[in-house]
Design a protein. Sequence first.
Length: 317
Amino acid sequence: MTRTLGWSLAALTLLLVGAFLLLPGKALEVQVAAVRRGPVEEIVSSTRAGTLKPRVQVVLGAQTAGRVVALRHRERERVAKGEPICLLDAAEWEARLVQAEHTLAAAEAQRRGQEASLADAQRQLKRQQSLLSQRAVSEEEVDRAATKADLEGAALALARARSDEARAALAVARTALEKTTVPAPFDGLLSDTFVEVGQWVVPGTSVCEFLDDGALHVEADVDEIDSAKLEAGQEVALTVDALPSERFHGVLSSVSATVSTLEEKNRTVQVDVAWTGDRAKVRPGMSVGVEVVVGRVADARFVPSPAVMDRGGRHWV
């Protein structure tokens, strides 16, 4: 009885559907889309925005004590290598340098005079020795000439030592004077200053922060599940939150050898991306979205996603 009723209901349903389809003006509307072909990429995205950083960023400090007398540059200014950024009062060290130069000049003059005295004493000794061979002088006179030559030699050694000491003192004075200037260690950008004109500083006082913005990179985190797909040299698409309409490019430089466990339920791996795009519009510290291209198919088939059905783990169109 139940089976007969079931077949009857099925037949009735088919009859009603057929009648509906045959009714005039009631055609079933469907949307038709052509299969397209084109390239497709497999992307690994960062779990959160990364940070744009300079490759080199240093804090420059004072190397000597003194009062700041000038700041030649301010924040966000570009500075060439060797150009002064901060100047300390150098009056005392300039005076010491002049004094050291005079001391060296006197020591050199004394050395030259002593060299002349030694040369004269050696000539006299040779002359006395020659006369002794002719029995024209006594041995005592030759001995006195030899003693004088020895004394002049010792005096010259002392003069040379004093000259070397004065030269070393001059080098120290020059170095001390150079330390009153804080120069740019390389071509770069002055990102911040920590002192003001008139401030007294001591060795180690932080003067400014300086960075090389010519070489930028992005540090970001990706899910540990995707880490096996990553390798150095892969192309990276970069987006900057402050410039949402623009896309930039980079290259994956390295992948961390360890997994971060700061968040037990969301473990990540840090990646380093070299920024190869335009640097004029960006600044270090900006947040950057990272998409690493880990695979690419040059000629893939595209169909609308509503046309794809999942049945038992298999996809049908």
